[in-house]
Every structure is written in C-alpha cells, then in structure tokens.
Design a protein around this ligand. Sequence first.
Ligand code: ATP
Length: 237
Amino acid sequence: MLRVDSLEVRYGRLTALHGISFEVGSGECVGLIGANGAGKTTTLSAIAGVLTPAAGTIELEGAIVNREAPEAIVRRGVALVPEGRRIFTTLSVEENLRIGASIRGDDEIAADVERMMERFPVLRRYAGTHAGKLSGGEQQQLAIARALMSRPRLLLLDEPSLGLAPLMVDLVFDLVAQLREEGITILLVEQNGRRTVELADRTYVLASGSIVLTATGPEDLGEVERAYFGGDAAVEA
Ligand code: ATP
C-alpha cells in the first residue's frame, strides 16, 4: 500500500528526516513512535502531500506521489487525522462530517453520515452542536469519523491518544483495532509506545529523524524503551 524509501524532509536548513525507509502493507496496522520532535508529524505531512520531500520517494500502490497535492492524495484513498484533531470548531458536528466527504460525488454521503452516527453515538447526540463544544475525546472521535467520511483505504493517525483521559485512550486504541479488522490500512503515529507496539503488526521507532528500531511485538518493548532513551539523549546532544 505504502512504501517510503530514503525520505528526506527539510525545513529550511534543518533536516527533519534523514532518509527514512519503511513500508505499510495492505491491511496492516503499522506504528511509528518516537519522542517529541523525532519527525513523526513531518513523516505524515510528507505522505499526505502537505510537505514536499527534499529527496527519496513516497509510493502509494505503486505510484510515486512525491509531488502530488494533498487533494490528489486524498483521492488516492488516503486520509489524515491530524495531531490536535483540527476539527472546525464553529461548524456543527454534522457539517464537520460532511466536509470529510467533500472529495466525493456519490449519493451515499447522507447514508455514511448516518453510519458514523451509529458508530459514534456521541456524534448523533451533538449532531447540531458546534464541534468546539465537544470534549477532547469527543473531538477525537469526530476527527476520525470525518476522515472515514472520505472512505479511505489508508488512514494516517497523528497521536490520536494525546491528551485524552485513560478511558478515552482505551476507546481510541480499540477503535484502531476495529478499523484494521474492517480492512482499513493504518499508519499510527503515537507517543504511547507500549500500546502501539502491543497493537500494531510492526512498529518503527523514530529518533532525531532516523528510524532506529523496528519492533514486531511486546517482546521488543525493552529494546524500544532503550531506543527512546537513546533518541532523547541524541536530541539533547
Ligand atoms: P511531536 O510529537 O512534538 O509532534 P514529531 O515527532 O511529530 O514531534 P515533528 O513535528 O515532525 O516531530 O518535528 C521534527 C523536527 O522538525 C523538529 O526538530 C521540529 O522542531 C522541526 N519542525 C517541525 N515543523 C517545523 C516547521 N514548520 N518549521 C521548522 N521546523 C519544524
């Protein structure tokens, strides 16, 4: 589904990604974890077409998409749930959902809004309410539902559990597991390394713009922890 090869991204003179390579197979849930500033959001932004790589390739289902605009990437079946949700706070919950379907021209949008409200009862309860009135956990559900409205085959999730209460964190990780069961391919960016390694088929650890470790299951958690600390030390140095 996705192959990232020797991806380098710069912000002016700062190189945020130093030629990273990884893959996400169709139907997989793959984790990308690392400390603040490791380059996780930068990686997702490059895949989503928001940032243009300085070098390397991003391949989606065999097509190199390095220079494609964000809308073109969405049309290829990729949806990004950004860090901090970024829902439209002054629009209603239902309007937010409809915006998620803005690239679609079919006549099943209303039915999909209904499906989202069935799946996330809180969205039905607040359908006509300004989305800004929702709690963090409710806004995260809306942000994921909005992304699902484009009917993505690849979902990019940027720290969906950030700042949520423990029960909401459970709900988010359960939801990611369900979406994978439903056949959606997922790239999950997280700081919650343990939960991600436990859930994902494979987890890459990013430190200072490089992938330093690939974990395949809970047995790798000790090594992941050491890679995290190594990464932090490298950032500070
Ligand atoms: P966080 O968990 O804090 O979101 P992250 O792993 O997602 O961290 P990035 O946001 O991708 O990390 O940042 C990677 C590096 O690029 C950091 O050194 C950061 O300061 C820098 N950076 C990110 N965005 C910009 C920008 N718009 N302009 C300049 N530097 C940036």
